[in-house]
Write a protein that binds this ligand. Structure first.
Ligand code: ZN
Length: 390
């Protein structure tokens, strides 16, 4: 039986920088027929260099994707404690927002920015999935726009309803532990590994303490605002001269992944079905995830806003992630076909994703470490138990 991952495991992703070392990789390469087929259509895929991107964003920035369509990447409070991207779509009558990020302070900054762009009301907020880094600001939008409709997939609402009670206490627990650690650093003048703090380290720690205070306040004042409109396959909203297509093309990162497609503008807003620079694969349904991404890739899109990370201007990375996931699932199945009794550890050790790791994470240590955790450990585990259940 697949061990059920507790809620804290999923949520802790947003609080803690994974520091566990990934498995070692054996030599050899694997290429799916799919890579070759897509290459024929789109040129070189898996080996194409990717734009530099980081898991952690040090500053907030806004990108105009089309007239009246903006992507906001937030300043992440701490490495590992991150916000999902927010996308704002403005029609002639009303405004649609994709994901409300994690912290109230950031969501309120987004709302202030939206008010500068337009006096039209935010009428719709889509939660692409239930994770807190995409839903934490729901209350702020609801407070500001009382006629707001919060949209989500049926399964997403179920998860949000089920986890809403435990969220504030989890958030508070993680935040107070971080606060205590930071305060200790200031008091002792040393980092946890015993190294003396430089003046810059001290200033950064003071800054982080202020941020953690805001997180603690949010946890204490948390009020759940769940979805008020649910859908199963597709929902089309007309904002006034602008159609927003909300789709669920199958399970992936969660059971209720929703994404947005703007057909006229050829923009895809993917939620965590696709994250840049490294996929977040700590939960999900590996084989179905691949199919969902393949269906998504059929849509005519020139701009892709991932759930995290920089805006992408072609489908290179999308195909790269499909190839990577296919490779892992195929390798895991192959090992289990050879020996059904193979342990998870043995399967992990046999995995070879070196070429993907190099193409996706390059020489960036943080990205490579995250890749090892997300793909080399977690995604393999998901694929292992999925294969075992067959
Ligand atoms: Zn996320």
């Amino acid at each position: 039986m697949k061990p059920q991952k507790p809620l804290w495991f999923i949520l802790v992703l947003f609080f803690v920088v994974p520091s566990v070392k990934g498995p070692s990789f054996s030599a050899g390469t694997w290429r799916s027929a799919y890579v070759e087929a897509t290459r024929a259509h789109f040129g070189t895929i898996a080996a194409a260099p990717l734009p530099a991107d980081s898991l952690f964003s040090r500053e907030r920035h806004v990108i105009k994707l089309a007239e009246g369509v903006y992507e906001i990447r937030h300043e992440d409070p701490f490495p590992g404690w991150v916000h999902g991207n927010t996308t704002v779509i403005i029609g002639t009558k009303e405004v649609f927002v994709v994901d409300s990020c994690q912290l109230s302070t950031s969501a309120r900054g987004d709302i202030a920015q939206i008010r500068q762009w337009t006096s039209k009301p935010v009428r719709y907020l889509l939660n692409t999935h239930w994770h807190l880094d995409h839903t934490g600001g729901n209350k702020d939008y609801m407070d500001e726009y009382p006629s707001l409709t919060i949209i989500a997939h049926t399964e997403t609402r179920k998860m949000m309803d089920a986890t809403s009670m435990s969220l504030p206490s989890l958030m508070l627990k993680e935040a107070t532990a971080t606060q205590a650690r930071l305060q200790k650093n200031i008091e002792t003048g040393k980092s946890p590994d015993g190294k003396p703090l430089t003046e810059r380290d001290k200033a950064e720690t003071v800054q982080k303490l202020a941020l953690i205070g805001a997180i603690i306040d949010q946890a204490k004042g948390f009020a759940y605002r769940g979805p008020t409109l649910i859908f199963d396959r597709e929902l089309i909203v007309d904002l006034g001269n602008r159609e927003v297509h909300i789709k669920h093309l199958g399970r992936g990162n969660t059971a209720g992944d929703a994404f947005v497609y703007l057909p006229k503008e050829k923009i895809l807003i993917t939620g965590d079905l696709l994250d840049h620079p490294v996929p977040y694969a700590f939960d999900g349904y590996p084989s179905e995830w691949i199919q969902t991404l393949e269906r998504m890739a059929q849509l005519d899109a020139e701009t892709i806003v991932p759930g995290h990370g920089e805006v992408l201007h072609d489908k290179t990375f999308l195909y790269q992630v499909i190839d990577l996931m296919k490779s892992v699932v195929a390798q895991v199945n192959k090992q289990l076909n050879l020996n059904y009794e193979a342990t998870l550890d043995e399967v992990k050790k046999s995995l070879d994703v070196k070429s993907f790791r190099q193409a996706i994470a390059g020489d960036d240590k943080a990205n490579a470490g995250f890749f090892d955790n997300s793909i080399g450990s977690s995604f393999v585990e998901l694929a292992y138990y999925e294969a075992k259940q067959r």
